[in-house]
Design a binder for this molecule. Structure first.
Ligand code: NDP
Ligand code: HSE
Length: 325
């Protein structure tokens, strides 16, 4: 059986979850692909650091050329984080004819046109499913099986860390700073959690979703964005007294080609469908002109849910390669 080789950039929360997903379900995944799949090289900062998962000798490297310039590697999975050098590495990999899978919404939202153009120019795929809403397959849904629709609206809870913080503050009266630390320990938060709590991560995700659903790219800096860092216990208590829950809502509307969009905390009545989305769970509501209203729900952050999304995109890229050979 042919072997499809994957080079992974990063072996933190998401890299580890991706590796574990392949190890856990290898037989099933390889049956779908029709070839064996091997994560043969992984880029890290420090090859000597103790890891949660032990890899065979020679897999870890601190030299990116071992992956992006390696003719044996078919697919690059980028799970480093940060806009640079991740964008530069993805562009090089695409220009070297490799399919690229990524969970890095900051890099994709900042360099959307450049990355997709490089993929098209080199006749390879760029697959960003894990960038938005962790394990929820929303991007593949809107670009494939829902592709016959014009979308009027996208709305949702797109950040697991802030939803976890708001849930724990509301339901258990916990302190903002303590819950943020807990979210970091559970592997939900960004390396710099400012992106989570200030709404920047949700704006990155909304930017990617708008580009794919509406065919119109808006830079995340141009999305009016307010986070949850200023939400106090008094705000939570007032919302509770009013029969509401505060949620960080990302929303976009397309009314006859005129787009409106924002990320901001909203007090939702407790009987609103999004009010019961708790902890690291996300939910995405989309409205298409043929399908009507749809709601997607699942874990929006964490190593295994995100690893599932990264591995799903690797599976599809590997299948494409296996079928073309
Ligand atoms: P981590 O900080 O846990 O892991 C980052 C990994 O990348 C580490 O293994 C680190 O190496 C390596 N790394 C970072 N920069 C470099 C570099 N310049 N050269 C070599 N290695 C480098 O991040 P996460 O796994 O949490 O997140 C990764 C990406 O996935 C981010 O883009 C994030 O936004 C996205 N994402 C995260 C989710 C989550 O739930 N955590 C969910 C969905 C998307 P070392 O280990 O040696 O330090
Ligand atoms: N930090 C992000 C979140 C990870 O909490 O939603 C998933 O994209």
């Amino acid at each position: 059986m042919k072997t499809i080789k994957v080079g992974m950039l990063g072996f933190g929360n998401v890299g580890t979850g991706t590796y574990q997903t392949l190890e856990m379900n290898r037989e099933l995944i390889e049956k779908h692909v029709g070839a064996s799949v091997e994560i043969s090289k992984i880029l890290v900062n420090d090859v000597t650091k103790p890891r949660q998962v032990v890899t065979p000798d020679g897999v870890l490297t601190d030299n990116v050329a071992d992956i992006i310039d390696n003719p044996e590697i078919d697919i690059v999975a980028e799970v480093l984080g940060g806009i640079e050098p991740a964008s530069e590495y993805m562009l090089k990999a695409l220009n070297n004819g490799k399919h690229v899978v990524t969970a890095n919404k900051a890099a994709v939202a900042a360099n959307y046109d450049k990355l997709f153009k490089a993929a098209a120019d080199n006749d390879v795929s760029l697959r960003p499913e894990a960038c938005v809403a962790g394990g929820i397959p929303i991007l593949n849904a809107i670009t494939t099986v829902l592709g016959a629709n014009k979308f009027d609206e996208i709305l949702g809870i797109l950040n697991g860390t802030t939803n976890y913080i708001l849930t724990q503050m509301t339901d258990n009266g916990l302190d903002y700073a303590d819950v943020l630390k807990d979210a970091q320990a559970k592997g939900f938060a960004e390396a710099d959690p400012t992106a989570d709590v200030e709404g920047i991560d949700a704006a990155n995700k909304l930017s990617i979703m708008m580009a794919l659903a509406f065919g119109h790219y808006v830079h995340p800096d141009d999305i009016p964005t307010e986070g949850i860092s200023k939400i106090t216990k008094a705000d939570i208590d007032k919302a509770t007294a009013d029969g509401c829950k505060i949620k960080l809502i990302a929303s976009a509307k397309n009314e006859d080609g005129k787009l409106s969009y924002s990320v901001k905390p909203v007090a939702l009545p407790t009987d609103h469908p999004l009010a019961s989305v708790s902890n690291e769970f996300n939910a995405v509501f989309v409205k298409g002109n043929a399908v009507g209203e749809l709601m997607f729900y699942g874990k929006g952050a964490g190593p295994l849910p995100t690893g599932s999304a990264v591995m799903g995109d690797i599976l599809m890229a590997a299948k494409e390669i296996a079928e073309s050979k």
